[in-house]
Write a protein that binds this ligand. Structure first.
Ligand SMILES: C[S@@+](CC[C@H](N)C(=O)[O-])C[C@H]1O[C@@H](n2cnc3c(N)ncnc32)[C@H](O)[C@@H]1O
Length: 294
């Protein structure tokens, strides 16, 4: 491949990511879609190392894309997406958490909510049924959209690839739960860019809930770093610390203890749960971002 026509390293991963994902979806995945393999030919050693690391990362993302293909098409989606029963446990916990963190306005009155990468759409459906949110469930490919239509036919669904999402001030509440671009690859710049796109898409005062696990650690987002980064972002009013989803679900009954109760219980659980559950236990963390009002 001609060096000049190759995608330069400086180009954000998201462009390459989309190329790779699209390649996987159409079944035309090349071994070296962006011309990044070390065999593609380049001159200096430093460039070699950078490209080698990038190539490794792309190979990982390819596999992530392929998982999506199989289960969305009509197989058993339950290991990849929350069921109705799980959604009924999670949704009240999320709503209470957002309220306690000061973002309850997102659930008052007629509001617009978006579940990005909604899987089968069960969480979006429950959110719509227990709150005043008008929910839209999104997936990033046609198979994903068809899955939402099959499992939750009454739910409005939209095609959105988070890596190119460009809504502006449209949503009061956005949920991203267990999205592969956050949970399966460690690529801070691209993950920060995705969060930034979501912040742009929120209306003033809107809330974004990022829920992500460390199941593939170290191949997952650095959630602490993301939270720290957006605490310094002028568009953002507040970013909570990371709360364990398991704590939020159990804590719904003790919400009268308020924010302090959440903080203390979470701090204790973050120390104790890994000891009780063992080293292979993967935490699912929840972070609430609130955009500044007007
Ligand atoms: C583990 S599932 C989570 C489904 C759902 N959010 C839940 O928690 O039940 C991960 C989801 O990420 C979606 N996804 C992967 N890449 C994406 C992208 N670039 N934009 C939007 N969604 C994406 C997949 O299609 C899949 O539905």
């Amino acid at each position: 491949m001609d060096t000049k026509s190759r995608v330069p390293y400086q180009v954000g991963l998201d462009q390459e990511y989309r190329q790779v994902i699209c390649g996987a979806i159409s079944g035309q995945l090349q071994n070296d879609p962006a011309g990044l393999s070390p065999q593609s030919g380049f001159s200096d050693d430093f460039g070699f190392l950078l490209k080698w690391r990038k190539w490794q990362k792309l190979k990982q993302i390819n596999e992530v894309a392929k998982w999506g293909r199989e289960w969305q098409k009509g197989g058993d989606w339950s290991p990849h997406s929350s069921s109705m029963a799980q959604a009924r446990l999670l949704v009240p916990a999320y709503i209470e958490f957002v309220r306690v963190m000061g973002g309850g306005g997102a659930f008052r009155g007629e509001r617009e909510g978006l579940d990005l990468g909604a899987g089968a759409g069960c969480i979006a459906a429950v959110l719509q049924s227990v709150s005043t949110l008008r929910m839209t469930a999104s997936e990033w490919n046609d198979d994903g959209l068809n899955l939402i239509h099959r499992e939750n036919p009454d739910l409005p669904a939209r095609l959105i690839d988070l890596t190119s999402f460009d809504d502006q001030q449209k949503w009061d509440f956005i949920l991203c739960r267990e999205l592969y671009p956050f949970t399966r690859v460690n690529s801070f710049t691209d993950q920060a860019e995705m969060v930034s796109r979501i912040v742009d898409a929120l209306k003033p005062g809107g809330v974004f809930l990022l829920v992500g696990s460390t199941a593939s650690f170290p191949h997952c987002a650095d959630y602490d770093l993301l939270a720290d980064t957006f605490r310094k972002d002028g568009r953002v009013r507040s970013v909570s610390s990371i709360f364990l989803e398991a704590v939020l679900v159990r804590f719904t009954a003790y919400r009268f203890l308020g924010r302090f109760g959440y903080v203390v219980t979470n701090a204790i659980a973050r120390v104790l749960l890994p000891l009780v559950k063992g080293r292979k236990w993967a935490a699912i963390g929840v972070i609430a971002f609130q955009k500044r009002g007007t």
